[in-house]
Design a protein around this ligand. Structure first.
Ligand code: PLZ
Length: 449
């Protein structure tokens, strides 16, 4: 995938450099403190596997702007489609005078998402907005109100999605009261479940029964509109549930008149080596929520699902001024074309092999790496204090900060803040990927804990 930006890590200054330091001072006086930043460098250009900053430093991108630029930043097809659309018109509002791009994106989503039943879609702007709309639709369809989410879940920062998100700091603390009728069930978390019972860790059906028991006793299927789950949890720590967990939950929903909603905001669009993470286990959600990787960096999100559920709302019950903006739709069509034309599912599987190989070798030499997990280009390591299973958030922070200074963008996540996650764009070269891994490996040996 061509990018005009030189595909080379290069440090021209200390990190941060003088121009970034100046901009950070302006940011601190002009931008609300609630908006934090991971790295103190300001971007000017990005493409392939590189992000370049205002001081001429080039970073290896192992973050993709939190799993958004999966096909690469400023990917050529997206740039061209956006340019053409900007020249034609920027906005009319689909609810006022509709346009073809929106319909074409809905058709593509109906075709690509799991299951060959009749589907419909509705478009929005952000992941959180789409999650909220999935709940509106599930409630309208079932006439029920309760929503079940899981331990370690992340679904957004709006009021309803804050209630659905598990972690208090930084997402919820001080921002209540939260929306009612949201209940939390235990997740299948193989690494941590194994500390309690080896059997429970590998048996997804057993873990699902534990969750279903909580749901039946504490909520009741008769009150429950929807179960919402990330098939691989993102912010919660890249937790891949044990095989059988998702199919068992989905089957229980079908048997009990509950809408099964997959939040594929972070996992969707080739990220995990399949178009959607549900595909790995043949799970067919009733509704699927997508965003992030859908449009190559432009803000777009969607709810797609069974036509009879999607049609439950009265006419004009769903919408918004910008939902399915024409420029974002043009970008989404170009993104989907790129994934299909360039074999990016296979590329994500190859990225998985490279990352797992490097990280397993690192784990063999370092007992602070408790777990290596993930799928495709969504791979993480969970860090613990040497020889224990105690989460080590300080180590994750120190390794990330040191990697940043060495010119590698990596992110942390996890309920305990002890997970280092790798989300490279699929446009990255293997050379940059391996160099990024080498730097991480060196960083681990330098950072003592
Ligand atoms: N559902 C599964 O991962 C967004 C959040 C970053 P929005 N994750 C990144 C942050 O700190 O705000 C996310 C997600 C899943 C929903 C969302 C929300 O998507 O587009 O950020 O609203």
């Amino acid at each position: 995938m061509a990018s005009s930006l030189e595909q080379r890590r290069h440090l021209a200054t200390e990190i941060p450099g003088p121009r970034s330091t100046e901009l950070m001072a302006r940011k601190n006086s002009a931008v609300a403190s609630g908006i934090g930043v991971t790295m103190p460098v300001f971007a000017v250009e990005a493409g392939g596997g590189i992000v370049q900053d205002v001081d001429g430093n080039s970073f290896i991108d192992l973050g993709s702007g939190i799993a958004v630029t999966t096909i690469g930043n400023s990917a050529p097809r997206v740039v061209e489609a956006v340019r053409q659309q900007v020249e034609a018109f920027t906005h009319t509002c689909f609810m006022i005078t509709p346009y073809e791009g929106y319909v074409a994106v809905a058709e593509a989503l109906n075709r690509l998402t799991p299951g060959d039943h009749e589907k419909k879609s509705a478009l929005f702007n952000s992941g959180a907005e789409a999650v909220e709309n999935a709940i509106k639709i599930a409630r309208a369809h079932t006439g029920k109100q309760a929503v079940v989410v899981f331990d370690h879940a992340y679904h957004g920062r709006t009021n309803l999605t804050m209630a659905m998100t598990a972690k208090s700091m930084p997402y919820k603390s001080g921002f209540g009261p939260f929306a009612p009728e949201v209940y939390r069930a235990p997740l299948s978390y193989p690494y941590r479940d194994a500390l309690l019972s080896k059997e429970g860790a590998v048996d997804g059906e057993l873990a699902a029964r534990r969750a279903i028991d909580v749901i039946e006793k504490q909520v009741g299927a008769g009150n429950l509109a929807a179960i919402v789950i990330e098939p691989i949890q993102g912010e919660g720590g890249f937790i891949v549930p044990a095989d059988g967990f998702l199919p068992a939950l989905s089957a229980w929903c079908t048997a009990n008149g509950v809408v099964f909603v997959a939040d594929e905001v972070q996992t969707g669009f080739a990220r995990t080596g399949a178009m959607f993470a549900c595909d790995h286990e043949g799970v067919v959600p009733d509704l699927i929520v997508t965003a992030k990787g859908i449009a190559g960096g432009l803000p777009l999100s969607a709810v797609t699902g069974r036509a009879e559920i999607m049609d439950a709302s009265h006419v004009s019950g769903l919408g918004g001024t910008y939902g399915g903006n024409p420029i974002a739709c043009a970008a989404a069509l170009a993104t989907i074309e790129t994934i299909e034309a360039e074999g990016l599912l296979e590329r994500a599987q190859e990225v998985e092999r490279v990352l797992l190989d490097g990280l397993h070798r690192l784990q063999a030499d370092d007992d602070r790496i408790g777990d290596v997990r993930g799928r495709g280009a969504m791979i993480a390591v969970e860090l613990v204090r040497s020889g224990t299973d105690e989460p080590d958030a300080d180590l994750a922070r120190a390794v990330a900060a040191s990697a940043h200074r060495a010119g590698v963008i990596v992110l942390t996540c996890g309920t305990y803040g002890n997970v280092l996650r790798l989300l490279p764009p699929l446009a990255i070269s293997n050379e940059l990927l391996i160099e990024g891994l080498d730097i991480l490996t060196r960083t681990f040996s330098e950072v003592q804990s």
